[in-house]
Design a binder for this molecule. Structure first.
Ligand code: ASP
Length: 301
């Protein structure tokens, strides 16, 4: 394959189309996937990323983002950042710095402001109403109620592999929580010599399994992208008691994808051999089953 891009959840479809177009025109992998992730960050229709993201227990929308360049292994991340439009763009800029590549909270906000990143109040009327409805029921909340993360892994025509991620994390998380998404090796990883990977699901479990790096290591051992994804999910389900929802996307250095999940998980894949296509992955009899679906078949993100 000349180029390829895979992204999590149906909400990434329009961004995947955009990233695929950029890659087809010979664009740089980092630029293409950042564009894809940003489109989701900007869309108020999706409640778990960026604008209109899920509030924490204090009613504040704090965001996590990460970016990794697989040529250089440079990595940048922000955690628990509030009041900015695009955590993933801030994360990417941090990847180019020699030190201070991962900033959180007030420090991340000071950096973003000093470097001219666009500010935005991501707590919309919709996300605030959702917070008001749930805040008294906090003890009954299932940890998986409604949170999802957007992850893009791409490979461009020059063979560069990059991964980018953005999320508001768990709904009603404690203020200050940072999940797996901005943590290299857990929420995302990329190495152009091997491939890239990213996770969505309950961050506390993804961190325990360092799932993205685990999948990359399997690719390095010679496993296919599908085997790498499946074995990663199987292992963490075996090792982590009551492992909660978890899905992983993998792209090998040649652009072949692998996906595995323990829940119902839509994802989008495109390459120079395949138009952006929406698939649904599910776990059946202990293995991931994947089928193409029409957008109307999936009503959620
Ligand atoms: N991994 C994210 C977190 O725990 C949530 C998700 O992907 O659904 O913050």
């Amino acid at each position: 394959m000349k180029w390829a891009v895979i992204s999590t959840w149906k909400m990434s479809f329009a961004g995947n189309v955009k990233a695929a177009k950029m890659l087809a025109e010979g664009g740089n992998c980092g630029d293409a996937i950042i564009e894809g992730v940003s489109m989701v960050e900007d869309d108020p229709g999706y409640s778990s990323v960026g604008y209109s993201g899920l509030p924490d227990r204090d009613g504040r929308v704090t965001l996590d983002g990460g970016y990794m360049d697989g040529d250089t292994l440079k990595v940048g991340s922000v955690g628990c950042i509030e009041g900015f439009r695009s955590p993933v763009r801030i994360a990417r800029s941090l990847a180019d710095k020699e030190f201070n590549n991962f900033l959180v909270g007030a420090g991340a906000e000071e950096y973003a402001e000093a470097n001219g990143f666009e500010k935005r109040n991501n707590l919309t009327e919709g996300s605030y109403q959702r917070y008001l409805q749930e805040k008294d029921k906090i003890k009954e909340l299932n940890s998986y109620d409604g949170h999802d993360t957007v992850v893009f892994v791409g490979r461009d025509v020059s063979g560069t592999v990059c991964t980018a991620v953005s999320t508001s994390g768990l709904f009603m998380k404690e203020h200050g929580r940072v999940g797996d998404s901005p943590i290299p090796g857990c929420g995302f990883y990329a190495d152009s010599l091997i491939g890239g990977a990213g996770a969505t699901g309950v961050g506390e479990d993804a961190n325990r399994g360092t799932v993205s790096y685990r999948a990359i290591n399997k690719l390095k051992e010679g496993k296919t992208a599908m085997q790498a994804a499946q074995e990663t999910i199987d292992e963490i389900m075996e090792r982590i008691e009551n492992c909660r929802h978890m899905s992983i996307i993998v792209l090998d250095k040649d652009g072949n994808y692998g996906v595995a999940t323990n829940c119902a998980f839509p994802f989008v894949y495109a390459s120079d051999e395949c138009e952006p296509t929406l698939y649904l992955a599910t776990r059946e009899n202990g293995k991931t089953s994947i089928r193409q679906i029409r957008p109307e078949e999936w009503s959620k993100d």
